[in-house]
Design a protein around this ligand. Structure first.
Ligand SMILES: Cc1ncc(COP(=O)(O)O)c(C=O)c1O
Length: 384
C-alpha cells in the first residue's frame, strides 16, 4: 500500500542527498575525529565543514554550534546550563505550550525548589506578552520559549520575549526544532542566547541535534567527560549523522523557499476543503503567523485516535496531538492551554506536510476524510 505521509512534525523522510553524504562515514571514513592520525583528522575537517553549513543556515558563526544527540538533549542542556551558571537566580520562565523536552527539565527544577512560571496563551495560541513582562525579573535565570509550536504550528514572538529577558539579565533559550527548515531563522542581531535544532525534522537523520550558543554567552556543559566539541559536549561524535545534518542544512534554504510557497498552498487547499466538507470541524490555533506545513483540526463528537486508525487503513499517516506523547491518551496540553474544550481536544487531528508532499496526496486526504468523519459520528455514542 502506498504511504501518504502527513506526519512531518513527528519526523521527516531523510533526503537522498543526505543518505549519500552519510554513507562513506560508516564504511570508508570511519575514523575517530579526535585521533592523531590523518585518517581521523580528515573526518574532523569534514565535521567542521558540516558545522559551517549549519551555522550558515541560521546566521551563526561555526564556533557557536555544538552538535548534540537530539533536540531534547539541546533543550535539556540549555536549561541545565542556566541553572548551573546563575545559582542565585531561582526563577525559570517558559510557556504552557512547550514540548515535553522543555517542560520535563523545568518541572525537574520546580520539584527541587525553583519557582517556574508557565506563560499562558489565548484561544488562538498567542503568547501573553504582558504576562511575560510582569513575571520576568532579575531573579529569573532563563526564559525558554519555542519558535514554532509542534501541534498547531503557531509562530511565537520570540524576539519580543528575548528583549524582556535581556532587560533583566536573564538567559534566553529558544526551541526552534520545528522552525528550522520551514521558516527563515537568522540569528544575526537576535536576542537568543541558546537555540535548539534537530536534524530529523529537516530531512536529516534521527539522533543528532544542535545547540547554538551565542558567542560571549557562558555555557556549562551538560555531558562532561571527553574534550569533544571544544569541551562543550563530551562523547565521540556521531560522525555520519553530523555529516547528515550538515548536508540537510545545505539543502534547507531550498526547503524553506518551497515551504513558503508550494507547501503552504497545499496545506491551505487541504485545510479549507476539510473545513468546508466536514461538519463541526474547527482549526486549532491562529491561521497566521503559522508554520506553512501544519494544520491542526478538531472534529466534534469523535475521537482523534479512531480517525487516525481509519486513515492508517488507507495508508495515510497523521497524528493526534503530539507524536512524542502518543502511547498515552492524555489530552494534548497544548490544546488545553488554548482553552479548546476537553471533548474537542480528544477529536483533534494534526496533518503536517513536507516538501515531498504532492497535490494528489492532499486531494486524496481531502476526499477520504469527510466520509470517515461521518461514518465515525454515526457510530459515536455522542450521536450527531
Ligand atoms: C518543538 C520540539 N522540541 C523538541 C523536540 C525533540 O526533538 P528530538 O526528537 O530530536 O529529541 C521535538 C520533537 O518532536 C519538538 O517538536
Amino acid at each position: 500500500m502506498k504511504v501518504i505521509y502527513l506526519d512531518n512534525n513527528a519526523t521527516t523522510r531523510v533526503a537522498d542527498e543526505v543518505v549519500e553524504a552519510m554513507r562513506p562515514y560508516f564504511t570508508e571514513q570511519y575514523g575517530n575525529p579526535s585521533s592523531m592520525h590523518q585518517f581521523g583528522g580528515e573526518v574532523a575537517r569534514r565535521l567542521d565543514e558540516a558545522r559551517g553549513h549549519v551555522a550558515a543556515l541560521i546566521g551563526a558563526d561555526p564556533g557557536e554550534i555544538i552538535f548534540t544527540g537530539c533536540g531534547s538533549e539541546s533543550d535539556n542542556a540549555a536549561i541545565r546550563s542556566a541553572v548551573d551558571l546563575l545559582p542565585d537566580r531561582r526563577k525559570l520562565v517558559t510557556s504552557r505550550i512547550e514540548h515535553p523536552a522543555i517542560l520535563g527539565p523545568v518541572r525537574y527544577w520546580e520539584d527541587r525548589g525553583y519557582d517556574v512560571t508557565y506563560l499562558g496563551v489565548d484561544h488562538e495560541g498567542r503568547l501573553d506578552l504582558d504576562e511575560a513582562a510582569a513575571v520576568i525579573d532579575d531573579e529569573t535565570a532563563i526564559v525558554s520559549v519555542m519558535w514554532a509550536n509542534n501541534e498547531t504550528g503557531t509562530l511565537l514572538p520570540v524576539e519580543a520575549i528575548g528583549r524582556l529577558a535581556k532587560a533583566k539579565g536573564a538567559l534566553f533559550h529558544c526551541d526552534a526544532v520545528q522552525a528550522v527548515g520551514k521558516v527563515p531563522v537568522d540569528l544575526r542581531g537576535s536576542t537568543i542566547d541558546y537555540l535548539s535544532m534537530s536534524a530529523h525534522k529537516l530531512h536529516g537523520p534521527k539522533g543528532v541535534g544542535v545547540l547554538y550558543v551565542r558567542r560571549g554567552t557562558p555555557f556549562a556543559p551538560f555531558l562532561i567527560g571527553g574534550h569533544q566539541e571544544h569541551n562543550r559536549r563530551a562523547g565521540t561524535e556521531n560522525t555520519a549523522s553530523i555529516i547528515g545534518i550538515g548536508k540537510a542544512a545545505e539543502l534547507a534554504p531550498g526547503y524553506v523557499g518551497a515551504e513558503q510557497t508550494r507547501v503552504r498552498a497545499l496545506r491551505d487547499r487541504m485545510e479549507s476543503a476539510l473545513l468546508a466538507h466536514c461538519r463541526d470541524a474547527h482549526r486549532n490555533g491562529a491561521a497566521e503567523p503559522r508554520l506553512p506545513n501544519t494544520s491542526s483540526i478538531s472534529f466534534d463528537y469523535i475521537e482523534g485516535e479512531s480517525i487516525l486508525l481509519a486513515l492508517s487503513d488507507l495508508g495515510i499517516c497523521a497524528s493526534s496531538g503530539s507524536a512524542c506523547t502518543s502511547g498515552s491518551l492524555e489530552p494534548s496540553h497544548v490544546l488545553r492551554a488554548l482553552g479548546v474544550p476537553f471533548t474537542r481536544v480528544h477529536g483533534s487531528l494534526r496533518l503536517s506536510l513536507s516538501v515531498f508532499t504532492t497535490e494528489d496526496e492532499v486531494d486524496y486526504v481531502a476526499e477520504q476524510l469527510p466520509p470517515i468523519v461521518e461514518r465515525l459520528r454515526a457510530l459515536s455514542p455522542f450521536g450527531h
